[in-house]
Ligand binder design. Structure first.
Ligand SMILES: [Zn+2]
Length: 130
């Protein structure tokens, strides 16, 4: 009963890890698409400023540079989000890999010795493992 409860909680952990990282990942992706939309808007603003100020004969360089810096900052943020997603995937792989190797341990019904999941017979007493 204890082992069932244990494996049940381990199963839940694996599901939680998957769900959590999926949610984190979609949060990052939503943020990236928001940033991309903002970049598009800022680029349109540059066009408006250049157009408007060219017509009136004003200098637009300072205003454009300000927006360019803002866009660069948003591109950097996108890169950070992408790195976070990569790290999330790596962490998930690590955690699930560990959970899997823990789950694949078989306990001998006769002597209670633990064997790796790939073995069909107990490494201690030779009893068949379930
Ligand atoms: Zn055994």
């Amino acid at each position: 009963m204890a082992s069932l409860k244990e494996s049940f909680s381990k199963g839940l952990t694996a599901i939680n890890v998957k769900t959590n990282s999926f949610m984190e990942e979609s949060k990052c992706k939503t943020y990236i698409s928001t940033l991309e939309k903002e970049i598009q808007t800022l680029k349109m603003n540059i066009g408006e400023i250049v157009y408007g100020k060219t017509i009136t004969g004003e200098s637009y360089e300072d205003a454009v540079m300000e927006i360019v810096h803002e866009i660069t900052g948003k591109y950097e943020e996108i890169e950070q989000q992408k790195k976070a997603i990569e790290q999330l995937a790596a962490e998930q792989k690590q955690i699930l890999g560990t959970a899997q190797s823990v789950e694949s341990v078989k306990v001998c019904p006769k002597c209670g010795a633990q064997s790796a999941g790939i073995y069909k017979f107990c490494s201690k007493c030779g009893s068949p493992l379930g």
